[in-house]
Ligand binder design. Structure first.
Ligand SMILES: [Cu+2]
Length: 152
């Protein structure tokens, strides 16, 4: 019993210290895509003190992933077209993202109508002020389904 109290006290101390140093701040972002091949956001801004981003993608349509699949891919703005082109070749089985593509900073799987998916990724790979773009890499979608991603 004495040990249990000691553990609880220690945990509380770590939690307090963690907050004081701003250990982890998970920032939540929600975006949805529909059967009209559109995202409901053209811009996402994440504050510079967020250490993690929890991104939830909802497909509010009814069409299956094979016909109107959507994902959420984050790259530097200059990498969008090359990553999207490689994503077409990668196929649906790979969520339209080339395996091991280091230009991809974060991505969800491809989902169909009525489905939801979430990812959590660290912001440590992002630079403040850099131009990032989020887009859907399903074939033919990235021309319309994209927006600015701002960090900082
Ligand atoms: Cu799409």
């Amino acid at each position: 019993m004495k040990n249990l109290f000691r553990s609880i006290a220690l945990c509380s101390l770590i939690a307090v210290a963690g907050n004081a140093f701003g250990a982890d701040k998970v920032c939540k972002v929600e975006i949805s895509g529909n059967d009209a091949m559109k995202f409901d956001k053209t811009e996402i801004a994440v504050a510079g003190d967020c250490t993690q981003v929890e991104l939830t993608l909802k497909h509010t349509g009814k069409l299956p992933a094979q016909a109107m699949g959507h994902n959420w891919v984050l790259t530097k703005t200059g990498d969008v077209s090359a990553v999207a082109t490689d994503g077409i070749a990668a196929g649906l089985a790979n969520d339209h993202v080339k395996k091991g593509d280091t230009r991809v900073l974060a991505h969800t799987k491809v989902i169909g109508g009525g489905q939801t998916t979430s990812i959590t990724f660290p912001t440590s790979a992002l630079k403040k002020g850099e131009a990032y773009t989020f887009f859907c890499s399903f074939p033919g979608h990235s021309a319309i389904m994209k927006g600015a991603f701002k960090f900082g």
